[in-house]
Structure formats: structure tokens, C-alpha cells
Design a protein around this ligand. Structure first.
Ligand code: B1M
Length: 217
């Protein structure tokens, strides 16, 4: 039978399953094969790598998996992301503005934040990635030091969302001309409005679009 779109989707789903069983080698092999087969990079990323983390999250919630397994899945996903990286950041041009990005204090999740940073770089933005567990003081210091136009905050835990409010307030208090954007699985637009952030996005491409808009205003 000829290869159909359905077959391709199945192959991408195999990537998700390989991540969910923590098979780093297989993830790399499958992602490389999909790139070679000219599968859409977005499809590999979304239906392959990102969907896998949803599977893992659900298995964690149901008590089927524990933290060490979540970590192994994260490592498998990161290995796949490394292979995709050159394709995600293709077409980079001269920097169009500087973004300081980090995961907020108390939160160690960095896959989504790394993805946002990667796509921002790909869109020609200068990105200063502070890493994880970053407090208000560090964000303010970095924004001043790098003359940033946007500070981007990521949080994956409901317990670290209030820290976003503290950081947004500290940036305003510092009186620096920098916009703040927030994102991460539990973050909503209503929350972003409530804490006085300048923008919110549900995903990495949206964060890039939003940042470009904010930098051009
Ligand atoms: Co954690 N974890 N985890 N975890 N973990 C979640 C988030 C959880 C939903 C799992 C679950 O219960 N189903 C849950 C949070 C529940 C809640 O708060 N309501 C949870 C928990 C409870 C915990 C611990 C507390 C577990 C424990 O110790 N008992 C602990 C906390 C540690 C800490 O941070 N202090 C913990 C630890 C970990 C690991 C370290 C093991 C590992 C992280 C490894 C790493 O990141 N290096 C981990 C993982 C892997 C997950 C899940 C399974 C996957 C997260 C992920 O990488 N997703 C996650 C379940 C899930 O999300 N389904 C879970 C893929 C990634 C691409 O998506 O980060 O959402 P995401 O990014 C998206 C968007 O959110 C958006 O763009 C990306 C897509 O384009 N986005 C932005 C992200 N940042 C943005 C910023 C923006 C804009 C968009 O603008 C600035």
C-alpha cells in the first residue's frame, strides 16, 4: 500500500511512545528518520515530542509513573529536541531585540522554556536564558544589564505562579522600560491580566509572535 499521511502520523506517534518509555536512542533515531522523510517539523515537535510529555504527565497523575521516570522522559524528549534544534532555529537573522527568559523561583521545569527560547532565537531575537529557579532580583538585574525589551517568565507549577506576580511587580518597581510576558501549562490569560503582565501565550510560537509585537511598539 502507498505511504499515506496516516502512516506518517503513526510514525510520529512512535516518537511519543519512545519518549514515554524513556528510550533516548530510539527517540533520536525516529526524529532523524522523520526529518529525513521531510515530515513537517511542527508535527514532529507537537505530535511527537510535546504530546509525549502529556502522556507522561497523565501517567504521573494516575500514579503509574513517579518523579524519576518523569525525569527520564524529559531527558528523552530533550535528546529529540536537540536533533530538531537546527531546524527550529533555521533562518535566524540579525537580532531584533533582547529577551531575558527564565523559569521562576521554586520551579525546575525547563523544557517548555527552552523551546520558547529556541524559537525566539530562530526568529532573530537575542535571548539571554537565565535557566531555572530564578528570583525577581536576578530577572531585574539581567534586564538592566542586557537592556532587554522583554522579560519572559515560565512556570509549570500552580505553586510557583504567585512568584510570577512578585517578579512582574519587582520589574515595575525597578522603573525599567521592559515588557513582561508569562506562560507555562497552568498560566492563563486571566492570570496574566490579573498580575499586570504585558502578555501571555499558550505556546512557544505564540510567545515569539507576542514578543515581536511588543518589541515593535
Ligand atoms: Co513535573 N509536574 N514536577 N517534572 N512535570 C508537571 C508540570 C505536572 C502537571 C505533572 C502532573 O501532575 N500531571 C505537575 C504540576 C501540577 C500542578 O502544579 N498543578 C508536576 C509536578 C507536581 C512536579 C513535582 C512537584 C513532582 C514532585 O516532586 N512530587 C516536581 C516539582 C519540581 C520543581 O519544579 N520544583 C516535578 C518535577 C519534574 C521533573 C524534574 C521530574 C520533570 C522536569 C524536567 C525538566 O523540565 N527539565 C517534570 C516533568 C517532565 C513534568 C511533565 C511530565 C512535563 C513538562 C514538560 O516538559 N512538558 C509535566 C506534565 C505536563 O506538562 N503534561 C509535569 C513539555 C513542554 C514542551 O511543555 O513546559 O508546558 P510546557 O511548555 C509549553 C507551554 O506551556 C508553553 O510553551 C510550551 C509549548 O510550546 N510555555 C510558554 C512554557 N513556558 C512558556 C513561557 C511563555 C509562553 C509559553 O512566555 C514567557
Amino acid at each position: 500500500m502507498p505511504e499515506t499521511k496516516g502512516d506518517l502520523t503513526m510514525a510520529v506517534k512512535d516518537i511519543a511512545e519512545a519518549v514515554a518509555v524513556f528510550d533516548r536512542v530510539k527517540v533520536v533515531e525516529l526524529v532523524e528518520a522523520e526529518i529525513a522523510a521531510k515530515t513537517e517539523i511542527d508535527e514532529i515537535l507537537n505530535a511527537g515530542l510535546i504530546d509525549a510529555m502529556d502522556i507522561v504527565g497523565k501517567r504521573f497523575s494516575s500514579g503509574e509513573l513517579f518523579v524519576p521516570e518523569m525525569l527520564m522522559a524529559a531527558k528523552a524528549m530533550k535528546a529529540g529536541l536537540e536533533v530538531l534544534k537546527p531546524h527550529l532555529s533555521a533562518g535566524a537573522v540579525a537580532a531584533k531585540g533582547t529577551v531575558v527568559i527564565g523559569t521562576v523561583k521554586g520551579d525546575l521545569h525547563d523544557i517548555g522554556k527552552n523551546l520558547v527560547a529556541l524559537m525566539m532565537e530562530g526568529a532573530g531575537l537575542e535571548v539571554v536564558d537565565l535557566g531555572v529557579d530564578i528570583d525577581a532580583e536576578k530577572f531585574v538585574k539581567a534586564a538592566v544589564e542586557h537592556n532587554a525589551g522583554v522579560v519572559a517568565l515560565s512556570a509549570l507549577l500552580t505553586t510557583t505562579m504567585p512568584t510570577m506576580e512578585i517578579i512582574v511587580a519587582a520589574i515595575k518597581e525597578a522603573g525599567i522600560a521592559v515588557k513582561t510576558i508569562v506562560g507555562g501549562a497552568p498560566v492563563t490569560e486571566a492570570f496574566a491580566d490579573q498580575i499586570g503582565a504585558d502578555g501571555f501565550s499558550t505556546d512557544a510560537p505564540g510567545a515569539v509572535e507576542l514578543t515581536r509585537k511588543l518589541l515593535s511598539t
